[in-house]
Design a binder for this molecule. Structure first.
Ligand code: ADP
Length: 616
């Protein structure tokens, strides 16, 4: 999507964002309406600010010297000048204080409303991402999704306060001031606004230049941070390959360029500042030049001139920030569009109409003529059929890339088959609600993910997802014992309360797996899926994990993917899958007798024929 560059091209986007988020915005309507009135008050008070001074000039300092038509405040005639002066001095303070209060309420009101809206949207976005299908997640970059939940939302929030609000305020102020100027003296007003187009043109051009350089600099700094992070993260390799000098030179080169760009931005900013001041001075000089003539001719009062000069100072300066604000709004629109795009992505796998909560499963699992592909051109599973009776252990074996994990994904309904169907207890998975289906399936994967929480919580999460109830300490310990994990957990510094490092980094692979098994056990699901759970473990760990797994799968329908055929040879049924087809099926003995692919793979693994006789 092309990024909108200016305010006008941002408008459709802004409208879409407002429409899409309207339900959230409407909830804050009280605050927003309050903030808007505060904004109007602020603008009106700002317009009023030079008026006490004008009246002092015209009525107190020069009470009768100027006979000017129009705008005389007759109500003040006859009042003692000192009373008028005191009243006006007090008004000066009151206007300024009231304007400050109004500005405070409009800023705070907007900020609070925007924060509420964005917190709502962020919550919705987070749940939405969690609900999106795996097919979406395997395409999406996780960094990108995280950016949308954090950075994009934050930018939307921030911009409402730091750009949209000032933009509206300045705009209203400008309109108000031009109106008042015309009311006071149309000729001076024309002189004042004649320079406006030139002013807007030069400042926006300069701002664009500044943005361009600043953007290049930000990009370079981002790249530098990334390369520094990469080099530091891989410091071992960098030092081993003696790449320090090479990487250091590249970094230094970018560093120097960034310095130049930074200096350039500063130079342009300072230049713009001076230009604005000069332009404002030129307008003021022109207004003064003509204004004094008008005053001397009796067509304006000195106070009028004062109001003009003050307005010019106040109104023109913020315009130079126009480009900055519109640029920020355009970026926020891009952020908003990204958030909306994500919110509008429909999960491919979701509860179908009429889906019912699944009853407690017995564990009869069947695949009937299942065909599946991630993308239509490349078939992954072809016409697969098999049946697992309740309590049976089914091993799924075969070469890498054959489709074993894909088959398992279909059992969990991460994806739906293109043809055929997966049935549990006689019903197609799609007849059940997703949550009630997945609640009754436990998984242990090759690289089990543990969360940065206590061991106790990590185990308890298994039950949490299944029925949302808290589990007792005794249940957690029983699950840990079943998983051969209790003993080593007690040896951890704080036992069950030990907080694990991110992804369980503080534990060994085997220990992580045993906690994952405890987590699966506490779920008490009738169907269990194991995807290479002993892969990469040393033989002692593997023995402990395998023993735990056997206990876990007792009396449960289980599917066990394994590379290592010796771990699954006692399975009730072994499916040998290659290129998405079940080529062989049966028990270990039957498949060995068949002398086919399985037997060949088994012999290659065990390295000798003698192993066959001892296992058969
Ligand atoms: P196995 O578990 O037997 O090693 P997989 O089921 O992981 O096999 O993969 C089967 C085929 O599907 C492979 O060719 C793999 O490249 C492809 N594949 C796996 N996951 C995806 C995915 N998310 N998107 C597209 N293709 C995939």
């Amino acid at each position: 999507m092309a990024k909108p560059k200016n305010l006008r091209s941002s408008l459709p986007g802004l409208q879409r964002i407002a429409q899409r988020f309207w339900p959230h915005i409407r909830k804050q309507s009280h605050l927003l309406i309050g903030a808007f009135f505060a904004l109007l008050a602020e603008t009106a008070l700002r317009l009023l600010e030079p008026w006490p001074l004008k009246i002092i000039f015209d009525r107190v300092i020069l009470p009768s010297g100027f006979n000017v038509h129009g705008h005389n405040i007759e109500a003040l005639a006859g009042v003692s000048p000192i009373v008028v002066l005191t009243g006006l001095a007090a008004a000066l303070i009151a206007i300024s204080a009231a304007r400050g209060a109004a500005a405070y309420f409009s800023t705070v009101g907007m900020a609070v409303a925007a924060t509420h809206v964005m917190t709502d949207i962020r919550g919705q976005l987070y749940s939405h991402i969690q609900a999106l299908s795996l097919s979406f997640h395997s395409r999406a970059k996780s960094g990108d999704l995280i950016t949308r939940v954090t950075y994009d939302i934050e930018r939307l929030r921030e911009v409402t306060v730091v750009a949209a609000l000032p933009l509206v305020t300045h705009f209203l102020t400008l309109i108000g001031m031009v109106g008042v100027m015309f009311w006071l003296n149309w000729e001076l007003a024309l002189i004042a606004i004649a320079i406006l187009p030139l002013f807007i043109l030069t400042t926006t051009t300069m701002s664009k230049k500044i943005h361009k350089v600043a953007r290049t600099q930000r990009k370079r700094e981002g790249a530098m941070a990334a390369s520094a992070a990469e080099a530091i993260g891989a410091i071992k390799v960098v030092q081993a390959l003696s790449l320090q000098d090479f990487l250091g030179q590249t970094f230094a080169k970018n560093n120097r360029k960034s310095l130049k760009e930074s200096a350039e931005t500063q130079r342009l900013r300072a230049g713009q500042e001076r230009l604005v001041e000069t332009l404002v001075a030129i307008v003021q000089a022109l207004v003064l030049w003509r204004g004094v003539q008008l005053v001397l001719a009796g067509n304006a009062t000195p106070g009028d001139l004062l109001v003009f000069i003050t307005y010019l100072k106040v109104a023109f300066k913020p315009i130079r920030q126009l480009a900055k604000y519109t640029g920020q709004i355009a970026k926020a629109v891009a952020s908003g569009e990204r958030v909306i795009a994500l919110l509008e992505t429909e999960p491919e796998v979701r509860d179908l109409k009429g889906a019912k909560p699944a009853p407690a499963f017995r564990g009869d699992v069947r695949c009937n003529n299942v065909t599946f592909a991630y993308d239509p051109e490349q078939g992954i599973l072809r016409n697969l059929t098999f049946a697992a009776k309740p309590g049976q252990q089914v091993a799924i074996v075969g070469p890498s890339g054959g489709g074993k994990s894909t088959l398992i994904s279909l059992l969990l309904r991460f994806y739906d088959p293109i043809e055929g169907g997966v049935h549990i207890d006689g019903h197609d998975l799609r007849e059940y609600t997703l949550t009630s289906l997945r609640q009754q399936i436990s998984i242990v994967l090759q690289d089990s993910v543990l969360f940065a929480a206590s061991v106790r919580d990590n185990i308890a999460y298994g039950a949490l997802g299944a029925n949302n109830i808290t589990v007792s300490d005794a249940e957690i310990k029983a699950a840990a014992r079943l998983a051969n994990a209790h003993d080593f957990i007690l040896e951890l510094p704080q036992g069950y309360d030990t907080i694990l490092g991110e992804r369980g980094a503080t534990l060994s692979g085997g220990q992580r797996q045993r906690i994952a098994i405890a987590r699966a056990a506490i779920r008490q699901a009738p169907i269990i899926i194991l995807d290479e759970p002993t892969s990469g473990l040393d033989s002692t760990s593997e023995a402990l994990v395998s023993e735990a797994l056997n206990r876990l799968t007792t009396n449960k329908t289980s599917f066990w993917i394994s590379h290592n055929l010796s771990t699954v040879q006692h399975a009730d049924q072994i499916l040998y899958i290659e290129q998405g087809c079940i080529l062989e099926r049966g028990t270990h003995a039957q498949l060995m007798a068949l002398e086919g692919r399985y037997a060949q793979m088994y012999r290659t693994q065990s390295g000798s024929y003698s192993a066959e006789t001892s296992y058969a």
